[in-house]
Design a protein around this ligand. Structure first.
Ligand code: 5CU
Length: 383
């Protein structure tokens, strides 16, 4: 039997132009070049700890973050046929409003060009199936700090003319006030109209106090912010969207949630129950219009989940919450979570996800094929 198509929907790049911009900065996010040794990437606020010497802050950043050939080699080493690349966090969130539009256009054009060049050389006549060809598509970035929502909407419309762009990636801060901000209405409407997939991805995590204070966070490195801060940030962001009735007002919005939805699949029942019991909502005698569509309906019609959760329990919750295997898509989170030992070719983070998919859907050949690539090819129209 032929092996299934493998599509990676969660894989990041910092195009060289973005790396250069980070190198020119001295506040988070920035890249520091020590006098000797590898450059350091300081993107999380917890990375920029003044008690740590600057040459040791953050993490080493090698060519896997920006060189597309390194990603292509990684794809070949891990049996990945097609990657849907996206700018990594913190995207353009931090930019001065006056610069946002120009940077978004530049990064998005860079992504489009990277995909076009690559696909042309791997399939000059553009007539072969995806399998075995190291094909690239992209999710674009938005100028969210731009002075008006019109600029963001115009960029979404422009993106529709770029043949390899299949959606956009966004963090949880929106225009600065979270994703329940009414000012985001035109952006949701433009995403609905273009039927672009919105990849919702965390960056800001939770405040140190949630983990017991800065000393505790620091003691365990990136574990608390990444293992717990990221997934809870995503869960809170999408729950705020639900509560503010974004899914009632924009019922055709299509969202891919990073890391299998954070903790949303596991907490969906509790969130729904709290809504049913909230006296503030009009339905229960209050004066705040509550969400009309249930979280279960939203999970089954508006939300897709990646399979980047490293275990069978998370995958089973994702499938149960989404009502089946047709809304779950393989991802790697490359270039994050590389092997600890230099020269190691197989990434533990990737093999763990592959094994979790195999174990969760043991004997269900069609389900495995759907999750590994069939769903992504269908949902993102990767032809
Ligand atoms: O390791 C990390 O900090 C990250 C990150 O920042 N973004 C991401 O997508 N995955 C891991």
């Amino acid at each position: 039997m032929s092996r299934p198509l493998v599509v990676d929907v969660h894989t990041h790049v910092y195009p060289p132009s973005y790396m250069a911009m980070l190198r020119a900065r001295k506040t988070v996010p920035y890249i520091h070049d020590p006098a000797s040794g590898e450059p350091r990437l300081i993107i999380l606020s917890s990375d920029d700890d003044p008690s740590i010497p600057i040459d040791e802050r953050g993490r080493p950043v090698d060519t896997s973050y920006s060189d597309i050939n390194v990603k292509l080699t990684f794809m070949q080493q891990h049996g990945i046929d097609c990657s849907v690349i996206s700018l990594a966090n913190p995207w353009l969130d931090f930019l001065d409003p006056a610069e946002a539009q120009q940077w978004a256009e530049r990064i998005n054009n860079d992504l489009e060009e990277t995909c076009a060049q690559n696909n042309k050389s791997s399939n000059p006549d553009n007539n072969l199936p995806l399998q075995g060809r190291s094909t690239l598509f992209a999710l674009a970035t938005l100028p969210l700090s731009a002075p008006s929502a019109d600029i963001i909407v115009n960029e979404i419309k422009r993106l529709k003319t770029l043949p390899h762009i299949r959606g956009v990636i966004m963090g949880t801060s929106g225009l600065g006030n979270g994703l329940d901000d009414e000012q985001l209405g035109p952006v949701w409407a433009a995403l609905e109209e273009t039927q672009f997939l919105l990849f919702l991805h965390p960056h800001y995590g939770l405040p140190d106090e949630a983990f017991g204070g800065a000393e505790v966070t620091k003691r365990y490195g990136h574990v608390l912010p990444l293992a717990l801060g990221f997934p809870l940030e995503t869960t809170i962001a999408v729950t705020r969207m639900l509560l503010s009735r974004v899914f009632d007002n924009f019922p055709r919005l299509q969202i891919l949630l990073a890391h299998s939805g954070g903790t949303l699949p596991f907490l969906a029942g509790r969130i729904e129950s709290c809504i049913m019991h909230e006296r503030k909502f009009v339905e229960n005698g209050g004066d705040v219009p509550g969400p009309q569509r249930s979280i279960w309906e939203v999970l089954k019609t508006n939300i897709f989940l990646d399979a980047v959760v490293y275990g069978t329990a998370g995958l089973k919750a994702a499938v149960a919450a989404g009502g089946g295997t047709d809304r779950l898509m393989f991802g790697t989170d490359h270039p994050f979570f590389p092997p600890l030992n230099e020269g190691e070719k197989e990434w533990l983070s990737v093999t763990t996800n592959y094994k979790a998919i195999d174990a969760t859907f043991e004997g269900e050949t069609e389900a495995v094929a759907a999750v590994l690539g069939g769903n992504a090819a269908r949902i993102l129209k990767l032809e």
